[in-house]
Each structure stands twice: as C-alpha cells, then as structure tokens.
Write a protein that binds this ligand. Structure first.
Ligand code: 1HN
Length: 349
C-alpha cells in the first residue's frame, strides 16, 4: 500500500464507486493519500495585513455602524486560502475591533476563549466577571470561556485592538454556546486591579480554588512585560530560532494563560536574524515595536509596528530585525500539546 498515490480507476471500479456512493460509503483507497499526508498540508496561506489601511477601513466602519448595533464592530482577518470561513489559521480566528469614544460593546458571554491585544488608542476598558481593566497599547487581555464581558471607551480617542479567538476549534467540536446579558454593561463587583493584586504578585490566596482552566489574571500589562524583556536581555542569551521568547502563563499552574490558545511575546535585538524554524502550530504575529522582515517559506514580508502576519503550520520561518523589535504572537500550541500532536523542527528549511 502506498500512502502517496491513489489506485488506477477501471470501469468496474467506477461503477462500484457510484454504487457505494448511493449508500453513503466511499473507498478509503481513493482518498487515503489526501487525508494522511507525510507532512502537514494546509489551506492556510502566509499573509501580512498592514495596519494603516486596516485602520482606515475600520474608521470607515465607525461611520457606518455603532458598536452597539454591530454587537462587536470588527473586521475579520480572513486567511486568503480560506475566505468566507472567519479564520486566520485553520483553528484560530483574528479580528480588529474598533470602539469609539463614548461607545459600549454590550455584555455577552460564549464558550469561545478570547484574547485582546491592544493596537492603537488607549484608556478604553473591558469588564470581565465583575472587574474592569483599563487597556493600553501592548496589553494582553483575556476573556475566559463563558465569562461575561463588555467593553467601553470613556477616553477621547478611538480604540483598536486585535481579537484572537478559538472559534474554528469550537466549531470543529460543535461546542459553541452564547448568550447576551440583556444589559449594556455587567454589574461591577470588584475594584480595579483586584486580580492583579491577588494573582499577579507571585502570591495566591491561601485557599485558592481554580475556577475553570483560564488564568485568573486577565490583563498582562505591556509595561511590565517590556520591563521583564529588557532586564532579561542583559544576559545576552539569544535562542537561535526565537531570540528571547516568553509565553504568557497562568499563575495557578504555570501552563498557558489560556486553555486553547498559547500567547507569546518575543524580543529580537537590532540586526538579529533567527535560524529557520517550523512547528505544527500555525501562528498569528503582530509587531509591537520595531521594523524588520520575516521569510515564510520562500516569501519575505516586511513589517513595522501594528502590522499582522500569519505563519501556517509547518512553514519555515526566519525573522530579521532591522531595529530592536518586539513581536506578540498566538497559536493553538497548548491545545496540540495537550493532544500529544505538537511537533517542531529547528534549523530546517
Ligand atoms: C467577541 O465576543 C468579541 O467580546 C470580539 O469583543 C470578537 C468574534 C466572534 C464572536 C465573539 C468581544 C468576537 C466575539
């Protein structure tokens, strides 16, 4: 048996295929090489979205529809190889959301996990499970599965962030649940900064009991992340494939901050070029600081702050930083690792 070729067809076989087709059967030997491939084959394509044009389109949407009428005023980043499917990779969704001054995105909840990565503006708020947090550029914010959440912008500037959700993953498992609260905003029961104090200071309440698998911290402010990266770079130990790459963790167990999505941040010093790397977790990147270029397979994409690009599964990736650069990224790595299917290869083209 060959995994790479389908058998020849004959008139007898054709007649047989037509017969079994009518009874909801199909012959494995005709499709085997397409479904069990020697290496990942994905419809997902590499692509880069520049922030400038995206921002213009979002602002235009701002004059067409309110956040409230839209529920969420979002432009979906659709992978060019999977148009119409609301996905940026096979398993993940990405969008750019605009909340204008004075607007509210009403309270709702769903079984999908969401992350926000703040791109532009500052001073808008999101409320999660009774606590509000201010969002500033570079902050990484979590909405855990089934958590009530609403957003508001009481600042005087438009606010834009990237949403990352596990929507395609939950669709795959037919596990989507959602409901609206019926109010614009949820009741606030905790002071600002409560989770950060409780869970973000290397302390846990003595009788802490986990509720769900997501991190009890829901804002990882960029100021703290950046400071940590800057302190760590003094050891001058750069991973050949990643520069200095960290993942955002859940302080309750040291694992990924989110149960289905792995969020990362990495520093690449000026002039650094990474060695080729590939992994089975297709990854969405956005540029927080600096300029540079990334070669995905055979195509090179030049980037600057706030641009977004996607690396499909098992595509070779090389980053080169023209200036000190910080990249935020997210993938389904944690989900693949839990299933025992995640794989990586270093230094191969
Ligand atoms: C959602 O709840 C948000 O809360 C953003 O900001 C994007 C896309 C699909 C489904 C729910 C949000 C979303 C979403």
């Amino acid at each position: 048996m060959s995994l790479t070729e389908a058998p020849q067809t004959t008139p007898e076989r054709q007649a047989y295929y037509a017969k079994i087709d009518g009874q909801n059967f199909s012959a494995l030997w005709n499709v085997l090489s397409g479904i069990i491939t020697p290496a990942p084959k994905s419809a997902c394509q590499p692509y880069l979205w520049e922030f400038g044009p995206a921002r213009d389109l979002l602002m235009e949407a701002g004059s067409l529809i309110t956040a409230k009428e839209a529920e969420r005023r979002v432009l979906i980043l659709e992978n060019p190889g999977m148009r119409g499917q609301s996905r940026i990779t096979t398993s993940l969704y990405a969008g750019l959301q605009l909340v204008l001054p004075g607007e509210v995105a009403p309270a709702h909840r769903h079984s999908q996990s969401a992350l926000r990565f703040v791109m532009d503006g500052g001073g808008a708020c999101t409320a999660v499970n009774g606590e509000r947090t201010l969002m500033e550029v570079g902050d990484f914010v979590i909405t855990p599965p089934n958590a009530w959440h609403d957003h508001g912008n009481e600042s005087d500037r438009p606010m834009i962030w990237m949403d990352g959700l596990d929507i395609p993953m939950l669709s795959f498992y037919d596990a989507s649940f959602a409901e609206g609260l019926g109010e614009d905003v949820q009741a606030i029961t905790k002071p600002v900064g409560d989770s950060m104090a409780r869970y973000g200071a290397n302390l846990l309440p003595v009788d802490f009991e986990r509720k769900g698998l997501a991190s009890p911290l829901f804002n990882y402010p960029y100021a703290r992340t950046r400071e940590a990266l800057e302190a760590m770079r003094r050891r001058d130990e750069w991973d050949p494939c990643h520069g200095l790459k960290m993942h955002y963790i859940n302080p309750a167990d040291g694992g990924s901050a989110m149960p289905t999505i792995s969020p990362f941040v990495q520093l690449l010093p000026k002039g650094f070029a990474t060695a080729a790397y590939r992994s089975t977790d297709a990854t969405v990147f956005t540029v927080v600081e600096g300029t540079g270029r990334t070669t995905i397979g055979t195509t090179t994409y030049h980037w600057k702050p706030k641009d977004i690009f996607v690396v499909p599964s098992w595509h070779s990736v090389i980053h080169e930083a023209s200036e000190d650069a910080v990249l935020f990224s997210y993938s389904d790595r944690v989900a693949q690792q839990k299933l025992g299917i995640w794989r990586e290869a270093r230094g191969t083209h």
